[in-house]
Design a protein around this ligand. Sequence first.
Ligand code: SF4
Ligand code: SF4
Length: 337
Amino acid sequence: MAIQAPQARYVTGLSGTLIQCLLCPRNCRIPAGARGKCGVRENRDGAGLLPYYGAVTALALDPIEKKPLYHYRPGSSICSVGFTGCNLHCPFCQNWRISQHADAPARYLSPAEVIRKAQSAGSAQIAYTYSEPLVHTEFLLDCMSLARKAGIANVLISNGCAGPGPREAVLRLTDAANIDLKCCSEETYTRVLGGDLPAVIGFINRAWEMGVHLEVTTLVIPGLNDGGEEIRRCIDLIRGISPHIPWHLSAYHPDYRWNAPPTDPARLASIADRAREALSYVYTGNIPGEINDTSCVHCGRRLVRRLGYRIDTGGLELKGTAYYCAHCGNAAPFRYA
Ligand code: SF4
Ligand code: SF4
């Protein structure tokens, strides 16, 4: 049953019953009876309301590598929660059935129920994922606060398009994040996706500065973001923050409204090779049979083998909350806390 729609935060009144949502860079001006561009934040008689607070479209126990997160608690399972709606409208969205349809089938859960689901699944972490969690920032903050109290880690999988206020509030409660860097063109972000590149860069920067475990994902789409100059700018951007941030290059396949041919595995591999000249950890995804290993920088032995979602962490040792190479004993580049 739907929980009574709570009041939205990050809203300001304009004239009469017109309101403006300040949650993301779209800054929607929403007349009474309408919703913002994400489809989930509503103006009811001049009040900003959240009719989809707690509307959960998906709840599953996934390998953490599926998020993808390769350097955070490798080999573990994570309780993954999905919502409806998104502030972007990527024409190649692989989750468009829930991201572009606020009224996708959902059940309503309270934040306490989400925590209990994770606990009963035996998961020490929750991922907010599948569509865009940030458009549900109020619900996210309520879940994240409870999770923290219960000793459960919060993992955010997001497009990173948020205003400074919600960004800071969410990141303060986030333990690990994977943020999409869809391209490095402001024009593509604005015109094709409905997003905002400076906001995404700001989100990635702040996550890093605030000590959140951070990984970045780029879906490589032929003709949209796979040009040499575009890739160079993405590499420079990540390297400028830290060359040790894992970068996931995912193969695209046609979906929703985008019909370009799938990413050529050879092209993906060549982009990854180029990126490895500047970044320490570059992985390719969505390629059947691919192997993505991480080796020890000290002795060169394998720490983790990833064959699809079959994960072998036999080369790693976890002592307390720190990971070490099981062969040479040196620190390994993985985070537990
Ligand atoms: S969160 Fe939704 S309603 Fe708010 S500004 Fe962004 S798209 Fe508009
Ligand atoms: S940001 Fe993600 S969920 Fe939203 S439309 Fe784009 S690909 Fe889909």
